[in-house]
Design a protein around this ligand. Structure first.
Ligand code: NAP
Length: 336
C-alpha cells in the first residue's frame, strides 16, 4: 500500500515536493496538505488536479489518522514545532533544511528523537543524493587519491535579491556545503574563519559578496569555500579534493559540447533547481522507501544539528574576523 503523506507548507519547495510525490515517485501519495493560508494549499491541489484534504494548520494535519508520514516544507522558523509534534505522534518526518533555525532547536529535536528510541527524522539535505557527489565520495573512500588534505570549493549564484543579507551566505547558501562536505569526508569541523575579498560592484549596498570560508576538520583537512552570489554567469557548484596521491573533482552536470564559430563551448546552468533536480527525487524516494521498510535513513537530526552548530560559528566568524572554534558534543549512539 502507498505511504500516505501530509505536507505542511505549500510554497515553492512544498509544491515541488507535492508534484514529485504525486507524479514522479513510487509508493506514496499526498493525502493531506496545509499552509498558513489554507486557500493557497487548496489552489496548489487544484493546479495539480490532486485530491487531498486541506487542514487548517500543521498540528491538525499531524494528528490526522490518514497521515502516516510528514513533509515539513513551511518556512524555517516553523520547522522545529512541527518536527517535535511529529516525533510526539510517532510519525516519520522529512523536514526541509534547516531542521531548526537555532542549534538549541536542533538539540531539542535530537533529544526528543533519542527519547523516542529510534530515528523518525530525515533532513532535506539533498546533495548526498546527487550522482556527482556520490561518485566523488566513492573515489575518496576507495583510497585512490590517498588521504584528503585540502578541498577547494565554490558555490556561485548568478545574482540574488535585495532581501539576501550577508549572513544568508551562511544560512541559505553555505549550509549545503556544511552538510555535504562533512558527509564526503566523514569528518567533523573544528574551526572556521571568514574572509571578505574586494566587494563586487554587482552586489547591493548591504551585502558583502564574495566571501571565503576557511574550515578545518578534526583530521586536519583544510577546506576553502568561495561563496559568490552575484557572479553573473551561472549557478556553479565546484568541489575539488586534493589527496596525498591525486586530485578528484566533482563532475560537471552533463551538457552538450559545442564546436561552432571557431569556439568550443558548453552551457552553464542558471537555475539552482535544475542542478539538483534528480537529487531531490532520489532523496524523497529514499525517505518513502525507508519508511515503508520501517526505517528512516539519510541526513539525520544529528546532521541537522551539526550543520546548525557550524553555521552559528561561521556567522560569528563573519562578524569577528577571528578563527572561531566549532565543537559538537559526543555523537549519541542513535546516530552512530
Ligand atoms: P516559501 O515559498 O516561502 O514557502 C513556505 C510556505 O510555508 C509558504 O506558503 C508559507 O506561507 C508557509 N508557511 C509559513 N509558516 C507556516 C506555518 N506555520 N504553517 C504552514 N505553512 C506555513 O519557501 P520555500 O522556498 O518553499 O522554502 C521552504 C523551506 O524549504 C525553507 O526552510 C527553505 O530553506 C527550504 N528549501 C530547501 C531547498 C533545498 O535545496 N533543500 C530549496 C528551497 C527551499 P506564507 O508565504 O504566507 O508565509
Amino acid at each position: 500500500m502507498s505511504l500516505q503523506l501530509g505536507v505542511i507548507g505549500t510554497g515553492a519547495i512544498g509544491q515541488d515536493h507535492i508534484r514529485r510525490c504525486s507524479q514522479t515517485l513510487q509508493g506514496c501519495r499526498v493525502v493531506a496538505v496545509t499552509d498558513i493560508d489554507p486557500q493557497q494549499a487548496a489552489r496548489v491541489l487544484a493546479g495539480l488536479t490532486l485530491e487531498a484534504e486541506v487542514y487548517p494548520d500543521g498540528h491538525a494535519l499531524i494528528q490526522a489518522p490518514e497521515v502516516q508520514a510528514l513533509l515539513v516544507t513551511s518556512w524555517g522558523p516553523s520547522h522545529e514545532e512541527f518536527v517535535l509534534a511529529a516525533i510526539a505522534a510517532g510519525k516519520p518526518v522529512f523536514c526541509e533544511k534547516p531542521l531548526a533555525v537555532t542549534a538549541a532547536g536542533c538539540r531539542r529535536i535530537v533529544e526528543a528523537e533519542i527519547a523516542h528510541g529510534r530515528r523518525l527524522v530525515q533532513v532535506g539535505f539533498m546533495r548526498p543524493y546527487d550522482a556527482g557527489y556520490q561518485a566523488l565520495k566513492a573515489v575518496v573512500d576507495s583510497g585512490r587519491i590517498g588521504e584528503p588534505l585540502m578541498l577547494h570549493c565554490a558555490h556561485r549564484n548568478p545574482r540574488v535579491g535585495e532581501n539576501y543579507k550577508t549572513d544568508m551566505a551562511i544560512t541559505d547558501t553555505l549550509i549545503h556545503e556544511l552538510d555535504v562536505l562533512r558527509w564526503l569526508l566523514a569528518d567533523d569541523y573544528v574551526s572556521v574563519q571568514v574572509l571578505f575579498p574586494r566587494k563586487t560592484g554587482k552586489a547591493h549596498a548591504q551585502l558583502r559578496d564574495p566571501q571565503i570560508v576557511l574550515l578545518e576538520t578534526a583530521r586536519g583537512t583544510r577546506i576553502d569555500v568561495e561563496i559568490f552570489v552575484n557572479c553573473q554567469y551561472g549557478y556553479d557548484i565546484q568541489c575539488e579534493v586534493v589527496g596525498e596521491s591525486g586530485i578528484a573533482r566533482l563532475p560537471e552536470p552533463p551538457q552538450v559540447q559545442l564546436r561552432n564559430a571557431a569556439s568550443l563551448s558548453s552551457a552553464i546552468l542558471m537555475d539552482w533547481k535544475e542542478r539538483f533536480i534528480a537529487a531531490y527525487d532520489v532523496e524523497l524516494q529514499a525517505f518513502v522507501d525507508g519508511v515503508r521498510a520501517g526505517r528512516v535513513g539519510g541526513p539525520s537530526a544529528w546532521d541537522g544539528l551539526a550543520a546548525a552548530v557550524a553555521a552559528d560559528a561561521c556567522i560569528e566568524a563573519q562578524q569577528s574576523g577571528a578563527i572561531v572554534p566549532i565543537s559538537l558534543p559526543q555523537r549519541p549512539a542513535l546516530y552512530a
